[in-house]
Design a protein around this ligand. Structure first.
Ligand SMILES: Nc1ncnc2c1ncn2[C@@H]1O[C@H](COP(=O)(O)OP(=O)(O)O)[C@@H](O)[C@H]1O
Ligand SMILES: [Mg+2]
Length: 200
């Protein structure tokens, strides 16, 4: 059983109950867990590639998390019930998610924002709500890219920019700093973080 997980800055630690939801009881190191999660995410991305369902629904957001993390964590695709250092009070998660999805559909229908800005705003609101016990950053980046692809017929964002966004490095620092600015209603740093795109 895994003991002390290492968390980069801007990650939300798991509580003991959530750690108990690890499906592979033989895992003892962070490296093994990272590999299992990565393999699960890759199979989830293959599932996403085959999906034809509308991606801008709350049910889709939940199913996507289950597909990305459900081989590793038994709480994948279920909303967070514990408080974290990031995220809203868990009792408000279902309503806030529905509101966000409705807003994002409105942005698409009314061309409120460029595709990139709409995806960035969706991403930030998802991680700010913090739907799940873990995997929120990865899920919300894939969700934003799925909306770019399916709803806007636009290219995905190069989030990692050649770095590993799950570890501490200058790219992650810029990402977390930009999210904190967005928390204060300044979306500019996150727009600059994703860099020049055709539609911005
Ligand atoms: N100040 C913040 N405001 C909004 N989102 C944040 C903030 N700090 C971190 N985050 C998001 O939370 C994620 C970490 O949450 P976590 O559930 O551990 O996701 P993951 O396991 O995919 O890294 C970060 O990758 C980032 O997307
Ligand atoms: Mg995490």
């Amino acid at each position: 059983m895994i003991g002390d997980l290492q968390y980069p800055e801007g990650a939300t630690p798991l509580d003991p109950n959530e750690l108990g939801g690890l499906k592979h009881k033989h895992v003892t190191t962070q490296g093994e867990l990272d590999q299992l999660e990565q393999a699960n995410i890759e199979s989830g991305l293959r599932w996403l590639g085959r999906q034809r369902a509308h991606v801008l629904t709350d049910a889709f957001a939940v199913t996507l998390h289950k597909r990305l993390f459900g081989d590793v964590w038994d709480w994948a695709g279920t909303f967070r019930t514990t408080g974290k250092n990031i995220g809203i009070d868990p009792v408000h998660i279902p309503v806030e998610l529905r509101t966000l999805i409705d807003d994002a559909q409105y942005w698409a229908d009314n061309k409120t924002y460029s595709p990139s800005e709409a995806a960035i705003r969706l991403h930030h609101r998802l991680v700010k709500i913090h739907l799940f016990p873990n995997g929120n950053g990865r899920h919300a980046r894939i969700m934003a890219d799925a909306v770019l692809d399916r709803v806007y017929k636009a290219q995905p964002i190069d989030w990692a920019g050649g770095y590993d966004l799950q570890r501490m490095n200058e790219r992650r620092t810029a990402y977390i700093t930009a999210l904190r600015a967005a928390d204060q209603d300044d979306i500019g740093p996150l727009m600059r973080f994703v860099g020049p795109r055709n539609d911005l």
